[in-house]
Design a binder for this molecule. Structure first.
Ligand SMILES: *[C@@H]1O[C@H](CO)[C@@H](O)[C@H](O)[C@H]1NC(C)=O
Ligand SMILES: *[C@@H]1O[C@H](CO)[C@@H](O)[C@H](O)[C@H]1NC(C)=O
Length: 437
């Protein structure tokens, strides 16, 4: 079953469109129209109280798609596509003058679109151009606006340069302000904190994730770069994501910096998801690190980040166990006990799970030794099996994997966990937590 078929099945099962309560890195992110948000390689800007998310639509020939939100959780599709242009990679916004501009990569050149309305009616502006001063072509597009209102187009990949060009006030691509020539990097984005410019880039490994890196400079116009510095533990491969943009949310109580990454599928297709995480910026040592959370959200007014606090936990060792799976000690498990030896002949069934009625996040606490050895899946009540990885790309990569399930109201739900694999996959189930806020 493909993801879209899966979502159709979920829709047919009466999945109502409800407000999103959390940002869930790696999970399928649904719009207010109950469609999967399709805006990869994108960016977010704020105008007034509204955030606009622009990206490439993987399920529509890489056309520019846009969504709006006032809380960074619930996103409403705009009149998409923004232009009939196809195969425009990593579109980014800019506003170098009175109009709204989109810049993206088409045939390895820069193509601009322009509109007088931020979310509608973009027209192709001029022809595709190469990058001044050397006529270079490129693949990945990034965008940064400085405090003085100057917009910078960030480009990468060809010639192993990450190049930074000013955008002229007439919208044309201006002179080169800086270049990072320190290796094979792509997917650039910049966050500025205390007058230091932190450039985040990914390695070049196609759709497969790699440990993204940070370089910094105090002078965007020609200054030299220090780095590379990792932004997450190397083995995490940026939590299976690739940088696309850094979003600054200036709240009344604090400023929060958000890493926006893409969690690509094997070919950048429609089952690609997103990994958004708050960033810790250590201004003294000049380091940026991603703060991993399985679920989080930001109050866009105060800038504060919060996490689920109301959760109901069910221990795997107290669930109904069938097959050869067995309870044993588990040093990493919260209760120090877990269910081991889970294979395709085994099921772990949690009965009388309390639901609120409707879509609800359920966090699966489990570890996997060999991710290639099978898929973990769940059944809820009498619904068909759902592979956890089809709902959250973090499946098997992190000890806490939230997926959104349709639960009935009351202590009446049955949730069954299983795997298609053998004991070799080394899955240990610790428990599940049903999130109630
Ligand atoms: C779940 O994954 C298994 C193993 O990869 C596959 O055989 C099965 O078709 C998948 N099920 C669904 C519902 O996608
Ligand atoms: C589930 O609830 C039913 C009805 O209250 C009860 O009879 C049963 O013992 C409960 N089962 C478990 C495993 O707690």
């Amino acid at each position: 079953m493909t993801l879209s078929q899966l979502l159709l099945t979920l829709g047919a099962a009466g999945l109502a469109s409800a407000a999103n309560s959390w940002i869930v890195p790696g999970a399928a992110w649904m719009s207010t129209s109950n469609t999967k948000i399709d805006a990869h390689g994108g960016m977010v800007i704020k105008r007034g109280d509204t955030f606009y998310w622009l990206g490439q639509a993987a399920s529509h020939n890489v056309q520019p798609y846009m969504y709006t939100s006032t809380n960074l959780l619930d996103w409403t599709p705009c009149k998409n596509p923004q232009n009939s242009i196809e195969w425009m990679w990593r579109p980014k916004f800019a506003k170098p003058n009175g109009q709204f501009w989109i810049y993206g990569q088409v045939d390895r050149n820069v193509q601009a679109l322009v509109s007088s309305n931020i979310a509608d009616n973009y027209q192709i502006k001029g022809s595709k151009v190469t990058l001044p001063p050397n006529g270079y072509t490129y693949s990945d597009t990034g965008m940064f606006v400085d405090d003085d209102g100057t917009w910078y187009l960030l480009t990468s990949a060809d010639h192993n340069n990450v190049q930074i060009n000013k955008i002229n006030s007439d919208g044309s691509i201006g002179s080169r302000a800086n270049v990072l020539a320190k290796g094979a990097y792509e997917a650039p984005g910049i966050v500025k904190v205390n007058d230091v410019y932190y450039l985040i880039v990914s390695g070049k490994t196609g759709w497969r994730s790699n440990p993204n890196q940070m370089f910094y400079t105090t002078n965007l116009n020609g200054g030299s770069w220090s780095g590379p510095y990792g932004i997450a533990p190397e083995a995490e491969k940026t939590y299976n994501s690739q940088n696309t943009f850094e979003l600054t949310v200036q709240g009344s109580k604090k400023t929060t910096y958000i890493y926006m990454g893409d969690s690509w599928d094997s070919d950048g297709g429609p089952s690609s998801n997103y990994v958004w995480l708050p960033m810790k910026v250590d201004t003294g040592n000049k380091r940026v690190t991603l703060e991993y959370h399985a679920q989080w959200k930001i109050d866009v007014n105060t800038g504060e980040v919060s996490f689920p606090s109301q959760k109901r936990r069910y221990e795997a060792e107290h669930a109904e166990i069938s097959g050869r799976a067995a309870v044993a000690d588990c040093a990493q498990c919260l209760s120090k006990r877990g269910v081991h030896k889970i294979a395709s002949d085994s099921e772990i069934t949690f009965r009388n799970v309390t639901g609120l009625g409707g879509r609800q996040w359920v966090q699966f606490y489990y570890r996997v030794d060999n991710r290639e050895a099978g898929e973990a899946h769940v059944f809820v009540n009498d619904e068909p099996a759902l592979n956890i990885s089809s709902l959250n790309h973090r499946a098997g990569y992190h000890d806490i994997v939230p997926i959104e399930l349709d639960l009935r109201e009351g202590a009446v739900n049955t949730i069954t966990f299983g795997t298609s694999g053998s004991e070799d996959s080394g899955i240990v189930l610790d428990g599940i937590e049903v999130v109630e806020d």
